[in-house]
Design a protein around this ligand. Structure first.
Ligand code: FES
Ligand code: FES
Length: 159
């Protein structure tokens, strides 16, 4: 079947199979390999993308079910040159080691921060709780996202 997606701001039309996941279409058909396949069953968050304004684990989404939707992947967040402030914050604070989890964290953090001008640490940690990292421990990731948020002019409230 044929579907249309607004992908990182541009409409694209392409053929899929009925049982293709959105993750498969993004990575293997469209070569948007920033979105990672970790667990493949909704547990790790490595495959997180923004679907019509909400984060989803794309390994659990059937591509056929999102015809006509708007999708933002890490490629749509990261600028052509340089890094997004969230990415800069993660790098500067040691929040990236193997990097496999990083795109998912950046997408979740971007979605969270772009919807608010201020936040508490509890709210941020909850927003990142669907993303798993095997390398860093989470402290440096949270510190990195906070640094990115500050660069973006966001305010941190007391819990
Ligand atoms: S690959 Fe989708 S949640 Fe792990
Ligand atoms: S940096 Fe390796 S899994 Fe997070």
């Amino acid at each position: 079947m044929k579907i249309r997606l607004k992908l990182n701001g541009s409409w694209r039309e392409f053929e899929i199979s009925n049982d293709d996941t959105l993750l498969h279409v993004l990575r293997d058909e469209l070569r948007l390999t920033g979105t990672k396949r970790g667990c493949g069953n909704g547990e790790c968050g490595a495959c997180t993308v923004i679907l019509d304004g909400e984060t989803v684990t794309s390994c659990l989404v059937l591509a056929a079910s999102v015809d006509g939707s708007s999708i933002t992947t890490i490629e749509g967040i990261s600028p052509q040159r340089g890094l997004h402030p969230i990415q800069e914050g993660l790098v500067a604070n040691g929040g990236v080691q193997c990097g496999f989890c990083t795109p998912g964290f950046v997408v979740s953090a971007y979605d969270f921060l772009s919807k608010r001008e201020s936040f508490t640490m509890d709210e941020l940690k909850r927003a990142l709780s669907g993303n798993l990292c095997r390398c860093t421990g989470y402290k440096k990731i949270v510190e990195g996202v906070v640094a990115g948020a500050e660069t973006m002019g966001k305010e941190i409230e007391n819990d």
